[in-house]
Design a protein around this ligand. Structure first.
Ligand code: SAM
Length: 274
């Protein structure tokens, strides 16, 4: 197969090419779990990953991709670490990303979960734990917001959506490598939480404490509940205090990602001021 252009790897034009099929399969959770890989889109994401020391296992460059120093860096870093660089046609970008206006550069990365026991709570003032989060957009937005607020990471409790799904990764806007992401069963979480030295704050609609009133000590761990069922009694009772964000209009609750954003900024601002 002839190379086009020569510095962007071999040209792939067939939708049935093995590399294309393997990358497309990463839309399926089963395949992500089997390979430990995930699909990311766009040069911005890839730049964030490179800054965190993560390099693609496969870099797919669209034929229409514009020359950019970051693209040169991505190609060089991918090759230096043994990854594959290929050039693909627009229809292949569309098929892989399942979008009519796909990003012109796509990349496959290895997933990076942190073991619960490897978390150093003192390394950040605030951490977030999510119980059975089900919406990939919510999870990606929370990871991005946790990063923006200076949180150390996000702990996924119980049966949660995959943080490395294409939709969740898209919503992180590149923050997926910037914070620790850990998984735990409810039992493992409760055992681990028992050793937590700072405050543990739950969020419940039936709480009587206001969200700015909780006594805080760093590091603070914030627990957020499932989109439908809220925070379960067993996790809420493991918190030092449960708090509520006031609902002043007709809506009876906030979107999970919005509530998490309000909580992480309230906590990190209060800790910074104390
Ligand atoms: N019907 C659910 C309930 O009764 O909890 C609503 C769940 S709400 C959509 C999802 C999560 O966002 C909640 O478990 C909680 O963590 C957080 N949340 C939403 N609105 C909140 C509020 N006003 N105060 C505190 N937490 C809130």
């Amino acid at each position: 197969m002839s190379a086009y252009p020569p510095d962007q790897g071999r040209l792939i034009t067939s939708l049935t090419n093995e590399t294309v099929k393997a990358v497309r399969a990463l839309h399926m959770r089963k395949e992500r779990e089997a390979t430990g890989l995930f699909l990311a889109e766009g040069l911005k994401f890839i730049g964030e990953a490179l800054d965190q020391g993560r390099t693609p296992t496969t870099l797919l460059v669209g034929m229409e991709a514009r020359a950019h120093p970051l693209l040169d860096r991505a190609i060089a870093e991918t090759r230096r670490t043994g990854g594959d660089v290929v050039t693909v046609t627009h229809p292949i970008l569309e098929k892989i990303s399942r979008r009519e206006n796909p990003q012109t550069v796509l990349a496959v990365f290895e997933q990076a979960f942190t073991r619960l026991d490897d978390i150093d709570p003192a390394s950040a003032p605030c951490w977030v734990a999510l119980e059975q989060v089900r919406d990939p957009g919510n999870l990606g937005t929370i990871i991005r917001t946790a990063d923006a607020a200076g949180c150390g990471g996000v702990i996924l409790i119980g049966d949660c959506v995959d943080p490395f799904s294409v939709e969740a990764v898209r919503a992180t806007m590149g923050s997926v490598f910037a914070v620790a992401i850990a998984r735990a069963t409810p039992e493992a979480f409760l055992t681990w939480r028992a050793k937590w030295s700072g405050s543990v704050i739950g969020t419940r609609l039936d709480a009587t404490h206001g969200y700015r009133d909780a006594p805080l000590s760093a590091p603070t761990l914030i627990l957020m509940g499932n989109e439908q069922a809220g925070l379960t009694d067993s996790l809420a009772s493991a918190c030092d205090v449960n708090v509520k964000i006031p609902m002043r209009g007709r809506a009876d609750s906030l979107n999970l990602a919005v509530a998490t954003g309000i909580m992480v900024y309230a906590v990190t601002d209060a800790l910074a001021d104390s």
